[in-house]
Design a protein around this ligand. Structure first.
Ligand code: ADP
Length: 855
């Protein structure tokens, strides 16, 4: 702990007192012994002439007492580091010393003698004691004088009172002695005290210097700098510990190595030992040199340092050079990384066409990167101190200001597209994004971000939007067109097919029969094409919806097999059907679409096979809970498909061979639709084929198994029950036919009559409702599109009325074959749905299903 000036003076006084005490009590033991010996001498010499023994006893007691007091104080001060009231102790000791003097001086008074020789002897003993005492007691001004006066004065008085010549002479000598020693003692005392004071001061100063030196060394040795004190020629005088320990600057005083230039630090060409020497020369004439260089440590490690060489002047000359070197490797590395990262960020952002910006809290630009010139035509300097809002449309300026305010208050990122004006007056679109900036105390200080031109993108987006709108309009028009076409074609087709079918049931000669069959088959083919085109367009427009419900898969597959076996038999080829018995009976899926896919594949198989066989198999692959992976395989021994055509056959209107359609008919749509349907159902379809060997199509579907639905069971039992009834004319039943088209009226009437129906015809919805109010019917066939009141509304009226046909089955007969039409019919209260053209079989089937249900 450093000592303050006040403390120092206080301490100095204290030390002086202690020193005085020490000097006074230095020979206290010797003094005690001398005193006791002296006392003995006095007693021996004066024993025959004592005034009284009591006085002598008192005197002895007095002498012993003061000697003991002095001895006590002396030993106390010597043994302990007494720090209490040193001044009082000193005074006490001084008093004891003076009393000692007095004891000796008064001893002459103990003698009742005129024997001058004894008295003179006494006097000399006393004077000698006093003189001897001065040496040691001179450290106290008081004692050195008090002792002599107290000792010698009583003796002088005694001699004077005796009055003899010799006594007077002794008295005179005593008086002179007093005067001489008192003055001399003063000088000795002063000198002693001065010396003591000086010594103590020097000691204290030395201590302070030592402490300062230690402090300086601590700083110097622990500094992270390398500090080396050099002579102007480069000789190392001193080096701090960091330089010695960390940088390996070990040097032996006196050796060659002692010159800093001989050290391995200076290895690089850019800063060699020669360079250092020339720098030292410059410094030795008073220059300061600063360098950044690489130092190589003896360990081989390289350091980047900043080095200063500073001259240290002494009486006008450069006596020393201070070399300071500071390791800046880490700082350099950080600086380089920062620079790299800053460069990378700038390059990346500028490469992406962005300029960077920074504003203060009020939105005034503080920094803008150079790229801004390319984007806006303004230089960075032109923009500093300006606001972005000055270049925006009023509305965008408001939006931008608002966005910044919100961003700052909610600490959010801003991202906004604005129109801004370039220096050349052109309006461009910019995408500006940024973040609010806060200082360490959390106060908002500005914004920082990037901006890029997006005019091209905006134009592109606009074009895209327009194109999309156009495409959507086109798609809408196409769907509309298809719906209308499909409806318009189906209505006359119903007439053509129905009539052809009816015609074939009349007595005809062979030629006529052939013509009628051709009409029928051609119209069927046409209908197929219409259906396929419609399906494909629905799938393509994403409007195709699967009708997922629970159905009997076994029954479906058996049905399909039965149908195909007939056409295979007709063509003279074999057909077989295998089904894994573990395939669940009831599944949830769209049965119509599965049927469509399989019939298409099987139809193709039969079509392209002249001899051999066609096979349908259904196998279970895998079961996970309710999910069953089923593979349907259709194999034939037909003409096969060339390998290079395999990938095309699933595309619309693609056939393996251009002659195919001539030889086998078909449009090339079936597989395209099948593939789309399978994908829509979450499955996949694959083909393998070899020309003239045969073809295998594999359809993989995952179907969910289901419980047997009650409704299905009911329907089936009922169907079975009613079946025997349904041979035409086995029972007469009443049908209300609501149909506006006269040709279709005729077709339906003719078909219905064949089944033994009594038919009442209604020309439109109103007539249908009126008829239904009056008479109970077994079945109502309802065309959907009719003048005045359409089939939907007529159905709703019948269902809502109080007539006898509230629960009569109503079956829609409609040329609307688009998605959702079936649901629409069922939702208004109809029971079933038949798409036109209606074949005799289909009509018969649906009537059979619903007959007798209403009652
Ligand atoms: P379409 O049969 O109406 O021509 P598809 O899309 O069903 O149209 O079939 C496309 C083409 O794939 C057929 O024209 C035919 O060339 C070829 N193809 C399909 N199935 C078979 C098969 N089982 N054997 C040989 N070729 C076939």
């Amino acid at each position: 702990m450093p000592i303050t000036r006040e403390q120092l003076s206080g301490t100095a006084e204290h030390a002086l007192l202690r020193e005085q005490l020490r000097l006074l009590t230095d020979n206290v033991t010797t003094a005690a012994i001398v005193n006791l010996i002296n006392m003995t001498v006095v007693l021996v010499v004066g024993h025959h002439a004592f005034v009284s023994y009591l006085a002598v006893l008192l005197w002895i007691f007095f002498v012993v007492a003061v000697v003991l007091v002095r001895l006590g104080i002396g030993l106390f001060v010597r043994q302990t580091r007494y720090c209490g009231n040193l001044n009082r102790l000193l005074k006490f000791y001084e008093l004891a010393c003076i009393l000692t003097g007095f004891a000796w001086g008064s001893s002459v008074w103990l003698l009742n003698t005129t024997d001058m020789s004894v008295l003179v002897l006494f006097s000399f003993v006393i004077a000698g004691m006093s003189g001897g005492a001065i040496a040691t007691l001179a450290s106290s001004h008081l004692v050195s004088r008090g002792f002599i006066i107290a000792a010698v004065l009583p003796m002088v008085i005694r001699m004077y009172l005796i009055g003899s010549e010799i006594a007077m002479a002794t008295a005179l000598m005593g008086a002179i002695f007093i005067v001489a020693t008192v003055t001399g003692a003063g000088r000795i005392h002063r000198t002693l005290i001065e010396n003591t004071r000086l010594r103590l001061k020097t000691e204290a100063q030395t201590n302070v210097l030592k402490q300062k030196d230690e402090e300086l060394s601590a700083i110097y040795d622990n500094a992270t700098y390398y500090l080396v004190l050099l002579r102007p020629d480069g000789t190392i005088v001193r080096a701090n510990r960091t330089a010695v320990v960390n940088a390996g600057l070990e040097f032996e005083p006196g050796s060659e190595q002692r010159n800093i230039a001989n050290f391995p630090w200076w290895h690089e060409a850019a800063y060699s030992a020669d360079k250092l020497i020339s720098d030292l020369k410059r410094v030795s004439v008073g220059e300061v040199v600063r360098r950044e260089l690489n130092l190589r440590l003896p360990s081989g490690r390289e350091l980047r340092v900043e080095m200063n060489l500073t001259p240290i002047h002494f009486q006008g000359d450069v006596h020393y050079i201070l070399l300071e070197a500071h390791d800046i490797s880490l700082f350099k590395r950080i600086e380089q990384r920062l620079r790299e990262s800053e460069r990378r960020f700038r390059e990346i952002s500028e490469a992406s066409g962005q300029y960077l910006w920074e504003t203060d809290a009020n939105g005034y630009f503080q920094f803008v990167s150079d790229k801004v010139h390319e984007v806006t035509g303004y230089s960075a300097e032109q923009l500093i101190g300006k606001k972005k809002t000055e270049f925006l449309t009023p509305m965008d300026a408001q939006r931008w200001t608002q966005a910044l305010t919100t961003a700052a208050s909610e600490n959010k990122t801003v991202r906004i597209e604005v129109r801004s004006q370039r220096a050349d007056g052109e309006w461009i679109w910019e995408l500006i994004s940024g973040v609010p900036l806060y200082d360490e105390a959390g106060s908002h200080i500005g914004y920082r971000g990037a901006a890029m031109p997006i005019t091209d993108r905006k134009h592109y987006e606009e074009t895209l939007i327009k194109a999309k709108e156009a495409a959507e309009a086109g798609t809408r028009a196409k769907s509309q067109f298809l719906a209308v076409m499909s409806h318009e074609i189906r209505t006359p087709m119903n007439g053509v097919m129905g009539m052809a079918e009816l015609l074939m049931n009349t007595p005809l000669n062979e030629e006529q029969m052939e013509y009628a069959r051709t009409i029928y088959q051609s119209s069927r083919a046409l209908l197929e094409v219409i259906n396929e085109i419609l399906d494909l367009s629905k799938i393509e427009s994403g409007k195709f919806e699967l009708y997922v419900h629970t159905f009997d898969l076994h029954h479906l597959l058996e049905d399909i097999a039965e149908l195909i076996s007939v056409s295979a038999r007709n063509k003279g080829i074999k057909f077989s059907f295998v089904m894994d018995e573990h395939i669940p009976k009831f599944v949830r899926a769209d049965d119509i679409r599965i049927r469509q896919v399989l019939l298409n594949l099987l139809g193709n198989a039969v079509k392209f096979t002249q001899e051999g066989k066609v096979e349908l198999s259904a196998r279970l692959r895998h079961v996970r809970g309710h999910a069953y992976d089923i593979v349907f395989v259709v194999t034939d021994t037909g003409i096969g498909i060339p390998e290079d055509k395999l990938e095309h056959i699933f595309k619309p209107f693609q056939q393996a061979d251009s002659s195919t359609s001539r030889r086998f008919g078909g449009t090339g749509l079936g597989l395209a639709i099948s593939k789309e349907l399978v994908v829509l159902m979450g499955g996949r379809i694959q083909v393998e084929s070899e020309v003239n060997q045969g073809t295998t199509f594999r359809v993989e579907l995952t179907l969910d198994s289901a419980e047997q639905p009650l409704a299905l069971e009911d329907k089936r039992t009922r169907q079975q029950e009613s079946q025997p009834d349904m041979s035409p004319s086995s029972r007469r039943f009443r049908v209300l036919l609501a149909e506006d088209n006269p040709v279709n009226q005729k077709v339906a009437m003719a078909m219905l009559k064949k089944f033994g129906a009594d038919v009442v015809v209604a020309e439109n919805g109103h007539e249908a409702v009126a008829a239904a109010e009056k008479t109970p019917f077994d079945i109502i066939l309802m065309d959907c599109q009719m003048p005045e009141l359409d089939g939907y509304e007529a159905t709703m009226n019948i269902r809502a009325g109080h007539g006898p046909n509230r629960r009569t089955p109503i079956i829609a007969l409609t040329a609307h074959a688009m998605a959702g039409d079936r649901d629409k019919c069922l939702s208004v209260g109809m029971n079933d749905y038949l798409a036109k053209p209606v074949s005799q079989t289909a009509l018969q089937e649906v009537i059979r299903r619903h007959l007798g249900q209403g009652r």
